[in-house]
Design a protein around this ligand. Structure first.
Ligand SMILES: Nc1ncnc2c1ncn2[C@@H]1O[C@H](COP(=O)(O)OP(=O)(O)OP(=O)(O)O)[C@@H](O)[C@H]1O
Ligand SMILES: [Mg+2]
Length: 201
């Protein structure tokens, strides 16, 4: 009885979390028959959000940036495992709901472990949507410079710094599926072009 009650409370919370996230998104692109489902993966400061922003200028997609979504759910985030678990559960359901409505999206989060990415593999299989995976990288010295500069202006939505980068580095798993790799210390246009072409096909 207790178990059912707790499950009910958790589901109610999950649904209200997803509604809050949807409200935080602003205008969504027009629904299409075969929505694009793009997931980027990479350590802090490697240039994921920059890359997603460039892609969103060329494709009708909504960018789901985990840092922005976290702040929509938690006004002063503590980055605890409970907080992340609640956030990502809501993100997974949000992604599924948007794709079911035909909304193309990019999920911008570190997504470092294969265990994290399994959720996206299973959503894509369940909804029969093609998943485009992108591994975003940059040499550590470039990331270091960027994160130091970010610390000075702190305009972005991410709070991650060099200490967070170093702490997360051992968690990087190889992506076991086909994916694009982009080094953001070089020209990112060729990979952007390829993805735009793949989505148009
Ligand atoms: N291709 C690029 N060319 C020039 N500057 C870049 C490029 N990619 C990223 N940057 C700059 O590097 C900094 C970090 O990039 P960004 O915020 O996109 O990283 P991130 O991977 O999203 O980090 P986090 O995981 O913390 O959100 C930003 O100031 C961004 O403008
Ligand atoms: Mg980012």
């Amino acid at each position: 009885m207790e178990v059912f009650y707790n499950q009910g409370v958790e589901n109610t919370r999950l649904i209200s979390d997803v509604e809050r996230l949807i409200e935080s998104l602003g205008p969504l692109p027009e629904p299409v028959a075969e929505p694009a489902f793009i997931v980027v993966s990479g350590l802090p400061g490697t240039g994921k959000s920059h890359f997603c922003g460039c892609l969103a200028e060329r494709l009708p997609v909504v960018v789901l940036e985990s840092d922005a979504l976290r702040k929509a759910l938690f006004s002063s985030p503590d980055y605890s495992s409970q907080e992340s678990s609640r956030l990502f559960q809501a993100c997974h359901l949000l992604i599924e709901r948007l794709l079911k409505r035909g909304i193309s999206l990019i999920f911008d989060a570190t997504n470092l472990s294969e265990r994290n990415r399994e959720h996206f593999y299973s959503i894509a299989e369940r909804l029969d949507v093609k998943l485009i995976l992108v591994r975003v990288e940059a040499p550590p010295q470039v990331v270091y410079q960027r994160l130091m500069a970010r610390g000075e202006d702190s305009q972005g939505k991410s709070d991650a710094d060099w200490t967070v980068y170093r702490r997360m580095k051992p968690a990087v798993d190889k992506i076991r599926r086909n994916h694009y790799a982009v080094d953001t210390s070089r020209d990112i246009t060729p990979v952007l072009d390829k993805i735009v072409r793949q989505v148009a096909r």
